[in-house]
Design a protein around this ligand. Structure first.
Ligand SMILES: Nc1ncnc2c1ncn2[C@@H]1O[C@H](COP(=O)(O)OP(=O)(O)OP(=O)(O)O)[C@@H](O)[C@H]1O
Ligand SMILES: [Mg+2]
Length: 248
């Protein structure tokens, strides 16, 4: 199968600090790929390179056959139009209602009429279990609902690829699990490819089709496979300890 995303030899250097080196992996259409690693291992940084929010210091990112790293702004916008992104903090504008938050994206990327946009908002809010909340401000809903609202916004443009940075962080275990189930069911119903950053082992076990593990020391990927393979990886002590929650 042809990969939908190809990450080749990506390196990221900020000033004198090398954060990532020679990161190479593919993402396949329809899969849920989870990027895991300890705090500070560069998960969020890597996500910013794959989504084109930053240009890597070295290497290339190819999305649906197009080189995102060498694309000009117009080309990049076209590629990014196919993305839905859920940031580590929900990223909703505090002064705008849920509907206005979603509407903003649709107005800037499409020529749809006000009525059409309003219909899409209803459909997306229903898809995440938030119908009836379109006129609420982010501050008026719970943390879990904020994540759902941000997810509805990420779904607004019917993305081919969804990116999530720590979708369940800050949520209680039950709410986190219900968000994971929503992610899984959307993956099945929409067939969208999902790239999820997480360090929550329960969540990884629940949603991941495939996992890559980033390591802060080596600044690279030290293992990949499914969650069970990772948990049973007794050859690599770091991998085993990470997936069996043992401090090292
Ligand atoms: N814009 C930046 N400029 C300089 N250094 C940065 C920048 N962004 C991130 N870093 C550094 O890169 C390293 C990796 O950060 P990153 O946010 O990717 O970690 P993470 O794996 O997402 O951690 P967490 O699980 O805590 O979210 C950190 O040491 C951070 O200080
Ligand atoms: Mg992060």
């Amino acid at each position: 199968m042809q990969p939908i995303i190809e990450v080749k030899d990506v390196g990221v250097v900020y000033g004198d600090n090398t954060i990532l080196e020679k990161i190479t992996f593919d993402v396949y259409p329809g899969e849920i790929l989870v990027i895991v690693g300890g705090s500070g291992s560069g998960k969020s940084v890597l996500l910013r390179q794959i989504t084109g929010l930053e240009k890597p210091t070295t290497g290339t990112v190819i999305v649906q056959g197009q080189d995102l790293t060498s694309a000009n702004n117009d080309e990049k916008r076209k590629i990014q139009k196919k993305f839905g992104i859920l940031f580590q903090s929900s990223g909703l504008f505090a002064s705008m209602t849920i509907a206005e938050n979603i509407s903003l994206l649709l107005e800037s990327f499409t020529d749809l009429s006000e009525d059409e946009i309003s219909d899409i908002i209803d459909i997306k809010l229903r898809a995440v279990g938030l119908d009836g909340f379109r006129n609420y401000l982010p501050s008026e809903i719970s943390g879990g609902m904020k994540k759902r609202a941000a997810l509805a916004r990420a779904l607004a443009l019917d993305p081919d690829i969804l990116f999530f940075d720590e979708p369940s962080s800050g949520l209680d275990p039950v709410t986190a699990a219900s968000l994971d189930n929503l992610i899984k069911s959307l993956n099945e119903s929409l067939g969208a490819t999902m790239v999820v950053v997480s360090h929550d082992l329960a969540s990884i076990g629940n949603i991941a089709h495939r996992v890559i593990l980033l390591d802060k020391e080596t600044k690279g990927i030290i293992a990949q496979g499914n969650a069970i393979e990772m948990k049973n990886n007794i050859e690599n002590e770091k991998v085993y300890k990470f997936f069996n929650r043992i401090a090292y």
